[in-house]
Design a protein around this ligand. Structure first.
Ligand SMILES: Nc1ncnc2c1ncn2[C@@H]1O[C@H](COP(=O)(O)OP(=O)(O)O)[C@@H](O)[C@H]1O
Ligand SMILES: [Mg+2]
Length: 186
């Protein structure tokens, strides 16, 4: 860490805290654990939040989103969209809607998703985009990037007994996430 001349001694510590709490890593041992992480993450969310989920097929992106839907208290079960690109789940109570997008088949970025009007729904929704990295960043300067990886052994191969273990890395971008303690999710 660089020392800041003339700064009060606690200033550097405050900055360091702000930076370190913008990202976190969580080990998730089961599908139910992934849902639970979604439910707990939902408690931190508010209208206008954009989440980008990265991870190979079967990593657990939809499972995490299912927990988000349960935590937010929205209508309809979150499923893997087969033909649908996006599904809006309206709130059952006072919370935000959940808009769940699967951008797997979309390569053209937001232009290709123009019909979805994501920019229109974002202010009153939480938008979760599977495979959204590199495609929907323009929607907001504030984003939560979530990367889900299967646990690997020291040799780089998937561990047999630990097949169900996932490592979830959350990283907030923009002022919205600067003061949020994501490590509370671990
Ligand atoms: N730790 C775990 N976290 C998430 N899913 C898990 C885990 N262990 C096993 N699974 C299983 O892996 C699959 C994940 O599927 P899904 O959530 O649809 O992935 P994606 O949307 O990333 O393609 C589900 O069948 C789920 O039950
Ligand atoms: Mg999926």
């Amino acid at each position: 860490m660089n020392a800041v001349p003339n700064a009060r001694p606690d200033a550097a510590a405050t900055v360091a805290t702000a930076i370190s709490t913008t990202s976190a890593q969580v080990t998730v041992k089961s599908a139910e654990g992934m849902r639970d992480l979604g439910r707990r993450l939902a408690a931190l969310l508010r209208p206008g939040d954009l989440l980008l989920l990265t991870g190979e097929l079967g990593a657990g992106k939809t499972t995490l989103t299912r927990g988000l839907g349960e935590g937010l208290g929205v209508r309809g079960a979150v499923t893997s969209p087969t033909f649908v690109i996006a599904r809006a789940h309206p709130p059952l109570g006072d919370g935000p809607a959940l808009v769940h997008v699967d951008a797997y088949r979309l390569n053209g970025g937001l232009d290709e998703m123009e019909d979805l009007d994501l920019d229109v729904s974002l202010p009153e929704s939480v938008i979760v985009v599977e495979w959204g990295d590199g495609k929907v960043e323009e929607l907001s300067e504030d984003r939560l990037h979530i990367v889900i990886e299967r646990a690997e052994g020291a040799d780089g191969l998937a561990l047999d007994e630990a097949d169900d273990v996932r490592t979830v890395t959350l990283a907030g971008v923009g002022p919205r996430w600067a003061g949020v303690d994501l490590t509370a999710l671990a």
